[in-house]
Design a protein around this ligand. Structure first.
Ligand code: UT7
Length: 316
């Protein structure tokens, strides 16, 4: 089906520590770091999501040694692009000078793995030879900054991979269990004179405890399922690349799976939760640090609003 030819990522330049947040919120570095592992996050100031994704896309193409014109498909996992329409993928297609089909994937923090599965279908049908998979969100622009229980958790960023033909995807599986109450971000109302619906603020709201329980149990389940499908044992996996929402979630899932901490890649400490971008950012960091050897077994695992989950096994 496919193999990953290159990885890339981009973050906004402004960084905010927990102490910075405690200057205007009733919170503390101690509370945030102990409950989540987060110490700082990158936040958008004058950057758009398009800026971050374009930077990641250009870098991914350069590292793959291909031009934008060689792309056959662009997929972008995002909760909210810079425009409701056109899709964020179409915006990036223009920015990088590509001319292939482009579309967004909406699966919140699981979006990157959903996009990999969509790409796998295109490769299986032999419709594509090169695919750019992007993931990014400016989560800090979707927060109620007076709600300390949510705004401290998120950060902004983008990640990208270029996929080419190959046999590195060994198993992938997705789930969805529709549930608006646990985690949602409503639309902003329009200006129709006929509209009788209440005008919403477009802020994230979440039942943190419910998401926490769902996250640990679904990661535990999904990693075992994809390892079974790939015919490998969990203990033989070299690297787990989990969605970065809370260090305690990652540690609890790893503990249940009996996987040592060093095998779990983390970046939450200085990223916060960057939604679908978190896996490709952490993947890119580890890749550029030279952590992965050819043949290493990687498991990617994510959960998010929907509620959605996804996991896959890749041979590096
Ligand atoms: O990508 C998916 C996105 N979401 C997640 O993955 C979130 C999953 N859930 C979590 O990570 C955790 O549930 C949280 C980190 C969000 C919260 O941890 P918790 O241990 O479940 O805390 P809690 O909500 O039970 O709050 C405990 C206390 C409360 O005070 P009282 O009622 O005990 O007096 C909160 O008001 O902590 C208080 N609190 C805070 N205090 C200082 C909540 N937020 C803050 C804060 N600073 N930022």
């Amino acid at each position: 089906m496919f193999k990953i030819l290159s990885t890339a990522s981009a973050l906004p330049k402004c960084r905010k520590t927990n102490d910075d947040l405690s200057t205007f919120l009733d919170t503390s570095d101690e509370w945030i770091s102990q409950r989540t592992g987060i110490r700082e996050r990158a936040v958008c100031t004058d950057e758009t999501l398009t800026d971050l994704l374009t930077q990641a896309a250009d870098q991914a193409l350069e590292r793959a040694g291909i031009t934008a014109q060689e792309l056959d498909l662009i997929l972008c996992a995002t909760i909210r692009g810079d425009y409701i329409t056109p899709s964020q993928a179409c915006v990036i297609q223009k920015e990088i000078g590509a001319s292939c089909p482009a579309m967004d994937i909406s699966a919140a923090c699981t979006g990157f793995i959903y996009a990999l599965d969509v790409a796998a279908g295109y490769f299986a049908r032999k419709k594509v030879k090169k695919v750019l998979v992007l993931a990014g969100d400016c989560m800090t622009r979707m927060m109620d900054w007076s709600d300390r229980s949510t705004c401290v958790l998120f950060g902004d960023g983008a990640g990208a991979v270029v996929l080419g033909e190959g046999e590195n995807l060994m198993a992938i599986q997705l789930t969805a269990n529709g549930n608006v109450d646990v985690l949602n971000i409503p639309h902003v109302g329009g200006d129709s004179p006929f509209d009788k619906l209440p005008k919403n603020q477009s802020y994230l709201s979440m039942n943190g405890k419910e998401v926490y329980k769902f996250a640990v149990s679904s990661m535990y389940r999904d990693v075992q399922i994809v390892c079974d499908q790939a015919g490998v044992k969990v203990e033989d996996v070299d690297w787990i690349v989990p969605h970065q929402a809370n260090l305690r979630i990652i540690e609890a899932a790893a503990h249940k799976l009996k996987v040592s901490g060093e095998k779990c890649l983390t970046g939450i400490e200085n990223l916060g939760n960057t939604s679908a971008a978190s896996i490709p950012i952490v993947l890119d960091r580890a890749n550029t640090e030279g952590k992965f050897k050819a043949g290493d077994l990687l498991v990617l695992t994510a959960f998010g609003a929907g509620l959605t989950t996804g996991a896959c096994v890749l041979r590096w």
